[in-house]
Design a protein around this ligand. Structure first.
Ligand SMILES: Cc1ncc(COP(=O)(O)O)c(C=O)c1O
Length: 397
């Protein structure tokens, strides 16, 4: 029998902060469905891009990882490889986090005074910005993207007007999140839009460009150029090995910024946040043979994306694919009998397909500008065929 809890005077509401007790935690489709064909979390369906084991240290051999030692606090050799890969001048421009999710949380902690400062996000967007805001007791200002016709473009004038007004208020905005390519929009943000926010003379906070899906987007669309070639010191670019590299399990996120901001992030991180096995796997992925595999997988997924979109559009109940093809997922809008977007039908199909057919996608119909939309990760050729076949059946039932 469980003992009677003691002491009697102890209650959670006295010990835990109220914003934490009130937190709506991040939820994913995997909380409900976790087996079958998983096209819900924008993972890399082709698997990781790690070449077979090697004994060559230059190719990232990892037979002796000295696991009895703590990992390197800064992983300078891994950062050198990232510099070469992303054309970044120095390891002092790079922070390594336990996924980009850790970098997002640390940005709140370095920039925002809880209960006072605010952040700006542009829905529909990645849910963790708001979850981290609540954890850090920071208010979120939401300025929707222009969603007309699936444009999914930030309204730069409104963003700048909001940032300027906030600068004069007692509750300034300290972080502005731009997700490019966006999740769930799949659409890159033009670099000129980002420049316009960076250049706002009233805004003294940071602009965070989250590029988790950048490898699937057009060449030259990364905002790293704005940092390296143009010298914007209020810019932080986030990337990750979870998507293009197919290494979601190792948890490695990257933040690129000025050496001063990177130093602040390094100062507050846990001393050994990146494990030795994670760093070794990342080095292997960034080795020449790893990068060859990475590029081959990207081309396959990009080809699968266009086959998947064409096949979905051929289904009578798919009205359109919203947004641009810049990520490893597509946003398909479901129509009802009247040919209009049908949110109820989209949700039912999502649930039935996950429960009965074990094909899991993500229902995004409750997000701004995504009425009746299913977000479908681009899978292998077979997975794409399977999801189209199941949808064809369920949508016409
Ligand atoms: C836009 C965006 N940013 C960040 C992340 C988190 O990436 P990581 O695995 O590096 O924490 C995701 C994950 O789905 C994402 O969609």
């Amino acid at each position: 029998m469980a003992p009677t809890p003691k002491p009697a005077h102890f209650t959670l509401d006295k010990a835990i902060r109220s914003n934490i007790l009130a937190l709506q935690p991040y939820r994913c489709a995997r909380d409900d469905y976790d087996e079958g064909i998983l096209l819900d979390a924008n993972e890399n369906a082709l698997g990781h891009a790690l070449p077979p084991p090697t004994t060559n240290p230059d190719e990232g051999a990892f037979d002796d990882l000295s696991l009895h030692r703590y990992p390197s606090p800064l992983h300078l050799d891994l950062k050198q490889q990232i510099c070469a890969f992303r054309n970044v001048p120095s390891p002092t421009n790079i922070f390594l986090g336990v996924g980009s999710d850790e970098a997002i949380d640390l940005l709140f902690r370095i920039a925002c005074i809880p209960g006072k400062d605010r952040v700006l996000v542009c829905p529909p967007t990645y849910g963790m910005y708001s979850v981290c805001a609540q954890i850090n007791d920071v208010e979120v200002v939401k300025l929707n993207l222009d969603v007309e016709g699936g444009a999914f473009r930030p309204k730069v004038d409104e963003i700048n007007a909001t940032l300027s007004a906030a600068a004069k208020s007692p509750n300034p905005i300290k972080l502005t999140f731009l997700c490019s390519p966006g999740n769930p929009t799949g659409t890159s943000i033009p670099l000129d839009d980002i420049r316009a926010v960076l250049a706002n003379p009233d805004y003294t906070g940071l602009v965070i460009v989250d590029e988790a899906y950048v490898d699937f987007g057009p060449e030259g669309s990364s905002a790293i150029r704005l940092l390296v070639e143009e010298g914007w010191s209020n810019l932080v670019v986030l990337q990750t090995l979870s998507k293009g590299f197919g290494l979601a399990a190792i948890r490695l996120g990257l933040a690129f910024s000025s050496p001063e901001i990177i130093q602040v992030l390094n100062n507050i991180k846990a001393p050994y946040n990146i494990s030795t096995p994670t760093a070794a796997l990342a080095k292997r992925a960034l080795s020449p043979s790893g990068l060859t595999l990475f590029r081959a997988n990207l081309s396959t997924l990009i080809a699968n994306r266009s086959t998947l979109s064409t096949a979905l559009l051929a289904l009578p109940s798919i009205l359109q694919i919203l947004g641009a093809p810049h990520a490893n997922f597509v946003l398909a809008q479901v129509g009802g009998k009247d040919g209009k977007p049908d949110n109820v039908k989209a949700q039912k199909v999502y649930e039935k397909m996950a429960r009965e057919d074990k094909v899991v996608v993500r229902f995004r119909g409750n997000e701004v500008g995504c009425e009746a939309c299913l977000r479908i990760t681009v899978g292998t050729k077979e997975e794409c065929e399977a999801v189209v076949e199941k949808l064809a059946k369920l949508l016409e039932e």
